[in-house]
Design a protein around this ligand. Structure first.
Ligand code: 5AD
Ligand code: SF4
Length: 475
């Protein structure tokens, strides 16, 4: 798709936003109250960012955001990476059916990864007829058009694309936080890990042009953002397919130059593509946070091969060593799956060994979940549930013990913290994050939010710290 077509698409969508906003206005007048909307997001950072874009469109149309699901427009941005994510959505839908009976003006829209699965859409068509709009991950920019079609047609509108090469820039976005933002750099995934549904629901990997990324970040900074999280399923392979030859490390160098930007994060890194150049750039950077999310998935080279991860236990550990040598104070975090088909006790102990050797600052641990359509779902020797549970519990215990020991190590240090929000339990406390991504609570005032302040870490409590604001006297 060329630039001309993309700018036409943007115009088309702005036209639909206008049409919908006229409709919202007249409806508001008729009802004598504002129309409300809410977006419920399941799953990963990518979905959170998509929801900010979807909410941006809804607010532009004239809806007013509310937290409650008793809204006039309820959007579920779904995840399908594990089965229980799907079950949660069906659970919510049962509840929504009752709410819609009370408010017939309500519109319900479903989008996200789960909608990219044909059998899910069939089930919704058949058993959840009260749903108004169903769309997928490739056409979120079309929300206004889909709403307009729904108003016109009085029928469920379904628009799910298999894939796309279209990246529509410059649509409205409603950020959850004023001072930090996700920024997509790639969409989709080409890795086909054998357990993972993402390549099937998010399509082939596409990179955004560096100038579009930089322009977006400059605009965000002008709007008060100090921290960006560069998002992609595998950020390390950024640049594939672009006219300009550029690596992820080079992109980071350009992002670093954006004046006023204070912190850069990124996720997710695939170990097989993490370059020496990237380590060098991180080491020399003043802005890239001291945290690296490096999913290992399993510590057994045998299982890693069947997972199609394209690295071994040894090469992963070597990579971690290299990173730690270059950047000694880095926090390494990870994702681990237990109970992949055929995983033996020996394989599992290899995973435990990696956890003990790397000493992750934190780890997301998952029980393997069979996703229809992936190669692993057809593998025999699925591991019995009780065995998976036992391994999962042992893993979690070890991960938590190591993580709290690692957290403890920084007690006594004075470190910069980005103040993020008023603590939900105690409004005299501010909650923020270290460059290492660990949470810190400290006595403070709401005017600090969005600023980086120095905090003395006084007490570690498992995954987080209590600290004290540290103001140095100037002579
Ligand atoms: N079962 C369990 N965990 C999974 N993940 C991806 N697919 C599955 C699955 N089928 C986990 C991986 C990935 C994280 C986002 O979700 O650990 O890194
Ligand atoms: Fe899934 Fe693997 Fe792609 Fe990550 S890299 S999204 S785990 S296929």
């Amino acid at each position: 798709m060329d630039n001309n077509e993309l700018s036409n698409e943007l115009k088309r969508q702005n036209y639909y936003i206008e049409l919908c906003s006229k409709w919202v206005k007249s409806k508001q007048e008729r009802l004598g109250r504002p129309l409300t909307c809410t977006a419920k997001t399941f799953g990963c950072q990518m979905n959170s960012r998509d929801s900010e874009k979807l909410l941006g469109i809804l607010l532009d149309i004239g809806y007013v955001e509310t937290d409650s699901e008793e809204a006039d427009f309820v959007l579920y941005n779904t995840c399908t990476v594990r089965e229980n994510a799907n079950l949660k959505v069906y659970g919510h839908l049962g509840y929504m059916q009752n709410l819609k009976k009370k408010n017939p003006d309500m519109m319900i829209a479903l989008c996200g990864c789960m909608m990219q699965e044909a059998d899910v859409v069939e089930k919704i068509k058949k058993s959840y007829k009260f749903v108004d709009i169903v769309f997928g991950t490739h056409n979120i920019f079309k929300l206004a058009e889909l709403i307009y079609n729904r108003i016109e047609s009085e029928k469920m509108v379904i628009d799910v694309w298999k894939d796309t090469d279209m990246i529509v820039e410059d649509l409205p976005v409603e950020r959850k936080y004023s001072f930090k933002s996700g920024v997509n750099i790639t969409f989709g995934c080409d890795n086909f890990c054998s357990y993972c549904i993402v390549p099937y629901v998010r399509g082939r990997e596409r990179s955004r042009r560096p100038e579009d990324i930089i322009k977006e970040i400059e605009n965000l900074v002008a709007d008060g953002v100090v921290e960006v999280m560069l998002l992609g399923q595998n950020v390390n392979s950024y640049g594939k397919g672009l006219d300009e030859e550029i690596t992820f490390a080079e992109l980071l160098k350009r992002v670093e130059e954006v004046e006023g930007l204070k912190r850069i994060r990124f996720m997710t890194s695939h170990p097989k593509d993490l370059s020496d150049e990237l380590i060098e750039v991180m080491k020399n950077s003043k802005k890239i946070c001291r945290q690296l999310h490096l999913p290992v998935q399993s510590g057994s080279s045998r299982i890693l091969k069947i997972m199609n991860r394209k690295y071994t236990k040894e090469s992963y550990l070597e990579l971690v060593d290299k990173i730690k040598k270059a950047i000694p104070d880095i926090a390494i975090t990870t994702d681990i799956i237990v109970g992949f088909p055929g995983e033996t006790e020996e394989d599992f102990l290899e995973t435990m060994d990696v956890v003990k050797k790397v000493r992750y600052d934190s780890a997301f641990t998952f029980k393997y979940s069979k996703r229809t359509g992936t190669p692993a779902s057809k593998m025999e020797n699925q591991v019995p549930e009780d065995v998976v549970k036992d391994r999962f519990d042992r893993l979690l215990e070890t991960v938590q013990k190591i993580s709290s020991e690692e957290t403890e190590k920084r007690v006594g240090m004075i470190m910069p913290v980005l103040a993020e929000e008023i603590n939900s339990h105690d409004s005299t406390l501010i909650t923020g994050r270290l460059s290492h991504n660990t949470i810190v609570h400290f006595k403070g005032t709401p005017d600090m939010i969005g600023k980086i302040v120095n905090v003395k870490l006084e007490e570690a409590n498992g995954f987080y710290y209590f600290g004290k604001l540290w103001v140095t006297e100037r002579a």
